[in-house]
Design a protein around this ligand. Structure first.
Ligand code: SAH
Length: 393
């Protein structure tokens, strides 16, 4: 028997439109003894069953798994994972020269609270909800049994993504197997991926298409890749024929990863140098006109709505520095991965930055997250990555 949660009158509307969250204020009463992560059935005021989901404590009370009264078992998860796999296959992402991609993007793959990134025969599983944490063993088994996928290892990495208050003390470790290589391919380029110690699942898969675009625009340019992390943009710039590539990250570990990835693809190539430094300081100390292409891909400045104003100021300051320093006829690839910052707000911050420099700036491309990070149209909150390619005169 699973617990039933009843909605207040009229509160079923968003569920009729397949929005996958139920807010606590929509429920008639908040259950006291219900354990976070339990399966619940959501019922409208008139008794109509609206679907099933995982219960959680906080303003989002239920994350819906299905909008019918279905059983949530291993077959359910296996089916969802098969659909996710088929989508990536149809997108042409599964190729011998491309073994890194996102298999599950939460609500965008009808699996709220779950992220799965694939690197070769290893899947890195990340739970963002207690419900998904409890399903980790089942999910891991479903992953290695996924027909035709050839996945052999599943690494669980949720120490920093689960609600702290739930006191689950999750441990990052392999649930199945153990990888014997940490190298994955993206569009024919090789990357060493550190899912054990790296940020997120070890790699920012979401910049793949934007890195490709940069690769096509990098020929003959002097490139500065700020916030380089694993050096993704730098490696594409090298392949694209950049004259020189400088990578900057405040973390020495990231700089070492970037150097390693450059060496993996372009051994002995002297066009590249990496610096462990603060991005703002580095730009301050850079003379104008030294670079013709600058990438600004900072961490999320606003993790929550409360930090929005400071975040927008941060984006403005960073972009003003980048736009001011790029050579005439240069390009700035600028990004925000803060979900709390809208596309319009980001563009406005970049507009203010451009105006502050007094230079002529045109937008050449408007960028977003790639197709293996799908946005459920009923859940616009799933859209987070925004980018602009600026042409600066
Ligand atoms: N562009 C990368 C992802 C960037 S993640 C990619 O394509 O994979 C953000 C990076 O910014 C992290 O590696 C972090 O170490 C770095 N960082 C955070 N604050 C910084 C600062 N003030 N100066 C320089 N780097 C910073």
């Amino acid at each position: 028997m699973i617990a039933e949660l009843r909605l207040k009158r009229g509160k079923e509307e968003s569920l009729d439109r397949f929005h996958p969250w139920v807010f606590s204020g929509a429920l008639t009463q908040m259950p006291h003894d219900l354990e976070e992560g339990s399966l619940v059935r959501v019922v409208a005021a008139d008794g109509r069953v609206m679907g099933v989901g995982h219960f959680q404590i906080g303003s989002i009370a239920v994350r819906m798994l299905d909008f019918a009264d279905v059983e949530i078992d291993a077959d359910f998860f296996a089916g969802r994972l098969r659909r996710a796999w088929q989508l990536r296959q149809s997108l042409g992402l599964l190729r011998p020269d491309n073994t890194a991609f996102r298999l599950v993007h939460g609500e965008g793959d009808f699996l709220p609270g779950l992220v799965v990134d694939v690197y070769g025969d290893t899947a890195v599983l990340q739970a963002h909800s207690v419900g998904m944490h409890y399903q980790r063993e089942t999910l891991a088994r479903c992953l290695v049994e996924l027909p035709g996928a050839g996945l052999r290892n599943v690494y669980y990495k949720s120490e920093t993504t689960l609600p702290f208050k739930a006191r689950l003390d999750p441990v990052n470790d392999y649930l199945i197997g153990r990888a014997d290589t940490d190298i994955a391919l993206e569009n024919g380029l090789r990357f060493r991926i550190d899912w054990l110690r790296g940020q997120k699942t070890g790699f920012f898969v979401d910049q793949r298409d934007n890195r490709s675009l940069l690769g096509r625009m990098a020929a003959g340019r002097r490139v500065l890749n700020m916030f380089c992390y694993t050096g993704g943009f730098s490696v594409y710039a090298m392949r694209g024929g950049a004259e020189l590539v400088h990578s900057v990250d405040s973390s020495a570990k990231a700089v070492a990863l970037t150097d390693a990835n450059i060496e993996l693809n372009f051994p002995g190539d002297t066009r590249h140098k990496a610096f462990a430094e603060d991005a703002f300081k580095y730009l301050d100390n850079t003379a104008a006109g030294v670079y013709d292409l600058i990438v600004l891909d900072p961490p999320a400045f606003a993790k929550h709505r409360s930090a929005l104003r400071n975040a927008l100021r941060g984006y403005q300051k960073l972009n003003a520095a980048g736009i001011a320093k790029v050579a005439p006829g240069g390009l700035v690839f600028t990004f925000s991965c803060s979900q709390a910052v809208s596309r319009e707000q980001f563009r406005l911050a970049v507009f203010s930055a451009a105006a502050q420099t007094g230079r002529r700036v045109r937008i050449l491309h408007q960028l977003t997250q790639p197709a293996d990070h799908p946005v459920n149209i009923y859940h616009p909150e799933g859209e987070y990555l925004k980018g602009l390619v600026l042409y600066v005169e």
